[in-house]
Design a protein around this ligand. Structure first.
Ligand code: NAD
Ligand code: GLY
Length: 362
């Protein structure tokens, strides 16, 4: 039996995140969750690995819509092609979409579900660690625009999330570790005991030991659920989930999305955000040391190559999180306690950018 986390948004909207080994194959989970017709959105990589397993559990006719594999396919062109397939397949308001894949598949499928006939039901079946702990939960859906990532999207919650930890066994090492950066993030933003548990269980978590993986995913989803149920549309505390992300997005943009996976950039960004917090006398230096050490212990990067500070500043100023012309950063007081700050002095920011990029890596 899979473990679960319940996400209760209001009287009318609640859903369950099922987490565990073999969760996809539990037939009972699917029965009540499906509409009259079912479309699966996936890509060739994940489809080849898990579509048959899923199909035998779902036990229904499936309209399989395969999209390209990669961030470059997360755009309006793919969105439009998927919509065409739904129209051709005669899907209506009572159809259900299943997103089988990582965050790219999940974000597109969620946006399609939000838009098709003004919204139809969808189920997330995340198959990357990042998708299991972050993107499949919380209802952010989007596609990219040439001018920026996730510029077109909607908040639209799934009806069910099935996070089968068995799927993570086939995930390339680099993708798995990138997901761990988001897991570490949850410890920093909301749970010092979980952070400590990660410090004590690096070997098991990085070695994909099933019960360690399940615990890490379940606790991450619980922490995300607490935040999302309080602030679904990121008016307030949901911004905490962006810890490290203002720096990370700038690093990804400045390096042309070629050097780092998102989680790797988040790992560096979390060190930068902690460093900035120390420079502003908001936290003690041992906090940044612990964050850096844990990230390093998982083999994730803690510094980027030397990146031009003016370009980083300019890029951060364009971030979606800028409000009223002021950059917002999630800063840390201590492990487990973060807050949003829009009054960061330029001098401290520049010092962090200079100190936390490593010329030797360039
Ligand atoms: P991804 O979806 O590109 O998957 C990474 C790679 O792993 C792909 O090549 C994929 O085909 C492959 N893959 C997936 N599952 C596999 C498996 N089980 N075995 C082997 N290979 C597998 O990347 P991702 O990191 O999962 O997601 C990144 C996307 O998520 C970005 O577009 C990002 O913007 C988005 N995101 C969204 C949210 C949100 O709240 N909606 C949060 C974080 C990230
Ligand atoms: N990934 C950040 C959020 O869901 O808000």
């Amino acid at each position: 039996m899979a473990a679960h986390v319940d996400i209760v948004l209001d009287d009318d909207r609640a859903y369950r995140v099922l987490i565990g080994s073999g969760a996809i194959s539990e037939k009972a989970s699917w029965i009540d969750a499906l509409g009259s017709k079912v479309a699966v959105i996936t890509n060739a990589t994940v489809g080849d690995l898990y579509l048959d397993t899923m199909a035998s559990a779902v036990d229904r006719d499936l309209d399989v819509i395969e999209i390209g594999d990669g961030e470059e396919f997360k755009n309006l062109r793919t969105f439009s092609q998927v919509i065409d397939r739904l129209v051709d397949g005669g899907h209506n308001r009572d159809s259900t979409i299943i997103a089988l894949g990582g965050g790219v598949v999940g974000d597109i499928a969620g946006f399609v579900a939000a838009s098709y006939q003004r919204g139809i039901g969808y189920i997330q079946v995340p198959t990357t660690l990042l998708a299991q702990v972050d993107s499949s939960v919380g209802g952010k859906t989007a596609v990219n625009h040439p001018s920026g990532k996730n510029l077109i999207g909607a908040f639209y919650q799934p009806d069910l999330v099935i996070a089968d930890t068995d799927t993570l066994t086939s995930l390339p090492e680099r993708e798995y570790l990138a997901g761990i950066a988001e897991v570490i993030k949850y410890g920093v933003i909301g749970d010092p005991e979980f952070f400590q548990w990660l410090e004590a269980n690096v070997e098991d978590v990085s070695g994909r030991e099933p019960s360690a993986m399940e615990h890490a995913i379940r606790r991450s989803c619980q922490l995300k659920a607490e935040i999302v149920t309080e602030d679904e549309r990121e008016i307030g505390i949901r911004a905490k989930l962006n810890f490290g992300h203002t720096f990370a997005h700038a690093i990804e943009t400045v390096t042309g999305y070629r050097s780092y996976l998102h989680g790797e950039a988040v790992a560096i960004g979390m060190v930068m955000a902690a460093d900035l917090s120390v420079r502003m006398d908001l936290c003690q230096s041992d906090t940044v040391d612990r964050i850096r050490q844990l990230i390093e212990a998982f083999g994730l990067p803690v510094a980027s190559p030397k990146l031009p500070t003016p370009l980083m500043l300019e890029t951060m100023a364009m971030d979606k999180k800028v409000i009223g012309g002021r950059m917002r950063f999630v800063l840390v007081k201590r492990i487990g306690e973060v807050f949003v700050e829009s009054g960061v002095p330029q001098s401290a920011l520049e010092e962090t950018l200079v100190a936390e990029t490593d010329a030797t890596l360039g």
